[in-house]
Design a protein around this ligand. Structure first.
Ligand code: PFF
Length: 448
């Protein structure tokens, strides 16, 4: 391990950091609106199946690559297939990470604005209609959107530049459980809402009559986004894991916690959606319209609101740190750059694309491709193209190319559970994930 790379203080630190990467806006902002757009219960069921049959296997394939070599992606692929060309795929993952970080930091900017509004008390005393207007007028303003995005990226830059991830890691061990607790409180609160039953039945009653193939693609993309898969993030993080941890157990813990947070976010949001007359299929704005309405009717609403947005901002930061680390560790290890230079170059690219994304709701809103504005397009391409492609690549690479002995040595921890689970996971890695993703790509190019 080179000492230039960020390291994790302890074994728990590495797992906590992976959970920190996984839990973020993907769970709290993206999962509810994706579920809302795709009919609720059927989407959630397919999502959970995707996590089990493809998410965990792909996560394990990333872990095998990272932990067996203790290198980030390019060096790891070179070591695992000497003389092969697989390492060139790193470029796709780095591009995917930059695309993801760009649109993601725009949403982090939204969180900053909402934190600011909650501090000034501007989010109290409104009707549902007014909450929709508040969001609309905010994203309609180029200065505010771009300003907050840049401010967030500056914060992320400062953290990456100083290599203070270790400090962040320590704080996150307090703040992440706190976020979890807060979500539980908000869920209990949502269960007292007048149309709680409608909200829960939207989430948990399964009706496939409206569910489409496109919905299934979204569910898989969402699973990969939420678990931070397919763009080398977990390869980078697992290169710091120690050799004794059980990868199967860690993958299970990460997937379980991540899915739990997404479900809690749904249980908090949907009763409120129905009680206050919002539309479940509203898309990316859904959570930002509904959350203030939830806090407003709680005793001490403003305090809850501030606390929630602080914790959400923090959870988002632990995710953007992991996204940034992908290209930074690549530039340091493969191009011999200093941490400062690597951070600067990768940030410049992201700033440019993020600003364009932030402007796609206002100044650039008439630029559309495939019926989407630039933000929506990058949001879609990130999960449903880059992450799926990368996930298929790592699953095939570990399932078919890497020496079987290495894979077995990494995954078998000697426990009885591993003896049952590992063969299933390897089967999914070799067949289920690659075939399913291949079908999706055939669907994209119109073959079926
Ligand atoms: N998993 C993060 C979330 O759910 O918010 C987003 C993410 C982080 C995706 C890191 C990909 C990644 F490499």
């Amino acid at each position: 391990m080179t000492n230039k790379r960020a390291g994790f203080a302890t074994r728990m630190g590495a797992i906590a950091a992976s959970v920190g990467s996984a839990v973020g806006l993907g769970n709290i902002w993206r999962f509810p609106y994706e579920a809302g757009q795709n009919g609720g219960g059927a989407f959630i069921l397919v999502y959970i199946l995707c996590v089990l049959a493809m998410g965990i296997p792909v996560m394990l394939s990333e872990f095998v690559i990272g932990r067996s070599t203790h290198k980030s992606m390019k060096g790891a692929l070179r070591e695992l297939s000497p003389g092969g060309k697989a390492h060139w795929f790193t470029a796709v993952c780095i591009t995917g990470s930059a695309v993801t970080l760009s649109f993601y930091s725009v949403v982090c900017g939204w969180v900053c604005e909402y934190l600011y509004l909650s501090l000034t008390g501007a989010l109290s005393g409104h009707t549902s209609q007014e909450f929709s207007e508040i969001f609309g007028s905010f994203v309609g303003s180029p200065w505010r959107c771009v300003g907050w995005t840049l401010l967030f990226l500056l914060l992320n830059y400062a953290v990456m530049m100083r290599g203070v991830e270790k400090g962040i890691e320590r704080i996150s061990r307090v703040l992440m459980p706190l976020l979890f607790l807060l979500l539980v409180v908000f869920c209990v609160n949502s269960l007292t809402m007048p149309k709680c039953r409608e909200g829960l039945s939207f989430m948990f009653s399964i009706d496939f009559s409206q569910f489409t193939f496109r919905g299934a693609v979204d569910a898989l993309g969402q699973a990969f986004m939420s678990l931070s898969l397919g763009i080398a993030c977990l390869i980078t993080y697992s290169s710091y894991f120690d050799d004794k941890t059980s990868l199967t157990r860690d993958a299970g813990i990460i997937a379980l916690l991540d899915t739990l947070v997404a479900l809690l976010a749904g249980i908090m949001i949907f009763p409120a959606v129905f009680s206050y007359g919002f539309q479940p299929e509203a898309g990316p704005k859904l959570v930002f319209e509904v959350l203030p309405a939830i806090f407003q009717q709680m005793i001490g609403g403003q305090v809850w609101c501030i606390l929630f947005f602080v914790l959400l901002l923090f959870a988002s930061l632990t995710s953007t740190i992991s996204l940034s680390e992908i290209s930074i560790s690549y530039l340091i290890e493969e191009h011999g750059q200093s941490r400062g230079r690597a951070t600067l170059w990768s940030s410049i690219v992201v700033v440019v694309v993020a600003v364009v994304c932030a402007l796609s709701f206002n100044v650039l809103d008439d630029i559309k491709a495939f019926g989407m504005n630039i933000f929506d397009l990058l949001n879609y391409a990130s999960s449903n193209f880059f992450m799926l492609l990368g996930g298929m690549f790592t699953a095939v690479f570990v399932g078919w190319i890497v020496d079987r002995k290495i894979v077995r040595a990494q995954l078998n921890d000697g426990s009885r559970l591993a003896r049952i689970v590992v063969p299933c996971m390897v089967f999914c890695m070799r067949f289920v994930a690659p075939v399913a993703i291949l079908l999706i790509f055939l669907y994209y190019v119109g073959i079926f």
